[in-house]
Design a protein around this ligand. Structure first.
Ligand code: ADP
Ligand SMILES: Nc1ccn([C@@H]2O[C@H](COP(=O)(O)O)[C@@H](O)[C@H]2O)c(=O)n1
Length: 202
């Protein structure tokens, strides 16, 4: 199994890049695990309390479960991946079965900052976009898709997203084998990653 880790700050385009990579590959050969699925279950907190959690700090992620799941997949076993609701800001009761695949892509803001997880990647990629680009994209996405208002997005950006990016995410760039510039759509880089994957599938 080939395991590819893809990190980068919020709004840099990780999900978009992963979708573009996967789009033209055989569906049953490639699987995706997103760090977003592994936020700790906060069902015991009220919605107001959940709203105050720092979702950009490594402690907000259940890395133990994420690593255990990746190990299971590498051992040829299926996993029950949690489902996270950004609107409710907690895990849902349901899970999704993910089967082992020849290629697994693991994406998320902090996936290169966790040493144990990082060691499991055969290829480490960091997607870069300037912070102003990322903030603009984040504002548009969170208001449209994640049920947040302008004030909430900006407050979170200043109090958690930006400081955690500087402390944990940006420094993890040094572990990358490949940095994808993504201020603009980067089809060349996407094609290159797809070529590497195809070589492994073939
Ligand atoms: N290169 C790009 N140029 C313009 N918009 C982009 C680009 N890449 C992604 N986006 C848009 O930015 C938003 C955030 O992208 P997404 O892939 O969800 O980022 P991430 O997963 O890193 O948070 C989405 O609305 C997406 O359509
Ligand atoms: N309840 C939550 C949980 C997380 N976030 C934000 O998601 C960002 C990471 O996801 P990306 O798709 O943007 O990489 C992270 O910056 C968290 O602040 C949230 O808004 N609400």
């Amino acid at each position: 199994m080939l395991v590819i880790g893809i990190a980068g700050g919020t709004g840099c385009g990780k999900t978009t890049v992963v979708n573009q990579i996967v789009e033209e590959l055989p569906q049953n050969e490639v699987g995706v695990i997103s760090q977003d699925s592994y936020y700790h279950d906060l069902a015991h907190l009220t919605k107001e309390e959940r709203g105050k959690v720092n979702f950009d700090h490594p402690n907000s992620i259940d890395f133990d479960l994420m690593i255990a799941h990746l190990e299971e997949l590498r051992n040829g076993k299926p996993i029950e991946k949690p489902i996270y609701s950004f609107v409710e800001e907690t895990r849902l009761d349901d899970t999704i079965t993910v089967h082992p695949r020849k290629v697994i892509i693991v994406e998320g803001i902090l996936v290169l900052s966790n040493p144990k997880l990082r060691e499991m990647f055969d290829i480490k990629i960091y997607v870069h976009a300037d912070s102003d680009e990322r903030l603009i994209r984040r504002l548009q996405r969170d208001i449209k898709e994640r049920g947040h208002d302008l004030e909430k997005v900006l407050h979170r950006y200043q109090t958690a997203v930006k400081p955690m990016h500087q402390q944990f995410i940006e420094p993890s760039k040094e572990f990358a084998d490949l940095i994808i510039p993504n201020n603009h759509y980067n089809t060349v880089a996407v094609d290159m990653v797809r070529t590497i994957i195809n070589e492994n599938l073939g």
